[in-house]
Design a protein around this ligand. Sequence first.
Ligand SMILES: [Mn+2]
Length: 314
Amino acid sequence: MNDSKALGISPFGPASFAKASIVEPDGEWSADIGVLGVPFDQGAGFRAGARWGPRAIRDMSVRFSSLTAKGKPGYWDLRSGRDRAICSIADCGDVEIVPLLWEQNFDRITQAVRHIRQRGALPFVMGGDHSITFPVLRAYEGAKPITVVQFDAHLDYRDEAMGVRYGHGNVLRRVRELAWVERVVAIGIRSLRTRREDHEASLRDGNAILHAYEIHARGPDAFASVLPQGRDVYVTFDIDGMDAALAPGTGTPEVGGLSYEQARRFLELVCTHNRVVGFDLVEVNPSFDSGQITGLLSAQLMIEAMGFVFPRAD
Ligand SMILES: [Mn+2]
């Protein structure tokens, strides 16, 4: 007798996200969450390779395959005593990316996210470099105003760099220009490369910037009044928001970043006090990872976020 499949504990076999069933975004399927991989890294200005991020996250996500078990999905949260992530997950595979044709690739990304939303599922997107957040958010045209919560070491708010306007260093600027994005709340900003002009432009646009050093000094709960409440929220999680020691597998790591407990608490505050309309986790680059810890951390952050969005009603 082998019921490991039914129990959802086998880590073996093809690595879909948490061993979820693989579907085509534009097919006939139904699930609470549609996970989508975007293996695109043409927006990276420094060390490329985030195209392998979705695979790295899926590889380690099989550790959490009980989430997709038949009969009793989800996990028991030791901290709250609650069952969490009581939801169904479909893995929509990867967007087909072709070399060099970035505008066409962006269109494919937008289209895939549109399909997921049309199925009534909540998109959870795995990058790819951070530039993909712009084509993902384009798929929300016509939606209610969205507050974007950004976890990141960098503002990514540069208007233009040597003619480039859609790279990963410009992405929040482009996102903020979308008519349905009302505000950006950036958490964990600390890079020495932060430019005064970009910082001022972001504040002038009505965004909020939570610096890493302030978070270390005061703790996440001190910022509760700055975080959105009762809004429609899209979370974009650049893994370099985490401390470089926890997440070395990324193109532009920065020391002095968030601890796991800080990031988790921010996710809890954001996901439980708002309506989450989408989530992405970007910039995982397994070429620089050590012991797959960045892939594992990323999978766990996604699952904790799912757990906050889908707690069991009890
Ligand atoms: Mn970023």
